[in-house]
Write a protein that binds this ligand. Structure first.
Ligand code: GLY
Ligand code: MN
Length: 493
């Protein structure tokens, strides 16, 4: 890969991109060559079709604007993030921006003015009489492919577009007391519009967006199902290459799932957790540098993010050799009972806290049956104690959508301390974790980590498990693993 040319050096929005002086491996650009490159190009048009979901985006924008009448709202997509030196991570747009526009490209900024005057500021195509198209490795079309014109983008997303170069003047003119910015995505925007007062006005915008995203519309539910279906295929792919009688690396399994995620979706929605044996007891084990061992369990927490950035979040724990030992099965059954109990209470109006307590009580009872709890179940469950949490470690689940931990800025009274409503999608993911060094549990439990996680849609009368394509009971898991192994390895098609 090369380095950007003089066009980028002039660009005031290039913060976070490589500086001049790192062009060590690029050839020179003699003037004759530069002039030659600017000539002789035929124009092409891009065939764009309006996105069918565009009317939904317009409705969402109207809903946000209605909360802040007479104000201007600025919501950036975000910028490429440096991975190392002059290479960036693949770009993934900010979730609120995607939810309001459907835009996938970096640097875009949505400005919503009073009266439904919504404009998406984007970087237009570079003309061929400048050097950008062949010298700019971040935006040049000979580096990254054909970009949209303003008109093409507008036709595709169903929103007015304007040149990003005109944005600074627009931001300069905004009245601070009548403007709110979604901060933390675009340093240039954050600097151009200083927060008014204590920043509370901007925080209100962030939590409003999160709260409006709590209920998923039909199109979003279809997107989540799409991500979950790809995730089911990914778990199957992994089961098909997981040997019963010899060891393989956690990285191999992570890679097989990652192939499915890239092939069928955009990517994984979060770093895959592939925990063999005692690694299963480490909640966010993403080093994935261990190996499976026949006789041990394997915990896999993995989700495909689909092409529109909605993500699944699913966990399965399987016995590597194909059969749970009696003790593994006993612990597994406790976790399954807890998850089922949680799913069974979910319906509109039920409090998040009650779902949590339902799952945790079953786990605490199971811990008592295992002889692990040092106090009674009731005492362990009391607010002053919660001793059972030494082995349960986390909550029952979380909202799911464009983000794996969706709607994270919602106010606590409307989320953690509130209740679920029809159209919410959430995970139910209790687990039990016995650390290898835990001297308060019998030796045979040490190093066992089990979680079962599914993605559940709250319906008018209850809950629908969107990830029912994967097995959940211990018997089903054994039969599924055997069937996948019987079918043999496969590549995505
Ligand atoms: N799946 C990872 C998490 O929920 O934290
Ligand atoms: Mn989760």
């Amino acid at each position: 890969m090369g380095e950007q040319g003089e066009q980028r050096a002039e660009d005031t929005r290039s913060a976070g991109t490589p500086s001049e002086g790192t062009q060590s491996h690029d050839p020179d650009f003699p003037q004759r060559f530069v002039e030659f490159m600017r000539t002789g190009w035929r124009d092409t048009s891009l065939s764009v079709s309006p996105r069918p979901e565009a009317p939904q985006h317009a409705k969402r924008r109207a809903a946000v604007s209605a909360v802040f009448p007479g104000e201007t709202l600025v919501i950036p997509s975000g910028r490429a993030k440096v991975r190392a030196n002059d290479t960036e991570y693949p770009f993934r747009p900010g979730s609120d921006h995607v939810w309001l526009t459907g835009e996938h490209d970096p640097d875009a900024v949505l400005v919503m003015r009073a009266g439904g005057d919504d404009t998406l500021y984007i970087r237009p195509r570079s003309p061929r009489d400048t050097d950008e198209f062949f010298r700019d490795r971040m935006y040049g079309e000979l580096w990254i492919g054909r970009r949209h014109t303003l008109a093409e983008k507008s036709a595709e997303l169903g929103i007015a577009t304007a040149d990003l170069a005109t944005l600074p003047a627009v931001l300069d003119d905004l009245a601070p007391g009548r403007t709110r910015v979604l901060r933390g995505y675009d340093p240039a925007v954050d600097t151009a519009v200083r927060p008014a007062g204590d920043g509370m006005r901007d925080a209100e915008l962030a939590w409003t967006l999160s709260e409006l995203r709590l209920v998923k519309d039909e199109w979003e539910i279809a997107q989540l199902q799409d991500a979950i279906d790809a995730t089911v295929r990914g778990f199957e792919d992994v089961a098909r290459v997981l040997p019963a009688d010899r060891t393989v690396s956690e990285r191999l399994l992570e890679g097989v799932f990652g192939l499915r995620a890239r092939h069928d979706g955009n990517d994984v929605g979060y770093s895959s957790i592939v925990g063999a044996g005692p690694h299963g007891a480490i909640l966010h084990w993403i080093h994935n540098n261990g190996r499976t061992a026949p006789g041990e369990l394997l915990l896999m927490d993995m989700g495909v993010e689909n092409r529109n950035f909605y993500t699944a979040d699913v966990t399965r724990t399987v016995p590597v050799n194909g059969r749970f030992t009696p003790l593994q099965r006993q612990v597994y059954d406790i976790v399954h009972r807890s998850q089922q109990a949680g799913m069974d209470v979910i319906k509109p109006g039920v409090k998040f806290a009650d779902i949590h307590q339902t799952c945790m009580r079953v786990l605490a009872e199971g811990l008592a049956d295992l002889g692990v709890l040092p106090v009674s179940v009731d005492e362990a469950m009391s607010k002053e104690s919660t001793l059972y949490r030494r082995w349960t470690l986390h909550g029952f689940g979380h909202m799911l959508g464009l983000d794996v931990h969706d709607c994270a800025h919602a106010r606590s009274e409307n989320y953690r301390k509130g209740s679920v409503q029809e159209g919410y999608v959430l995970t139910v993911e209790p687990g039990l974790y016995f650390q290898p060094e835990d001297e308060l549990v019998p030796a045979e439990l040490r190093g066992i980590g089990i979680r079962i996680e599914d993605d559940v849609l709250v319906t008018a009368s209850g809950a629908r498990n969107l990830s029912a394509g994967l097995p959940r009971t211990a018997d089903e898991v054994e039969a599924w693993l055997a069937a996948q192994r019987e079918a043999g390895p496969r590549l995505p098609e």
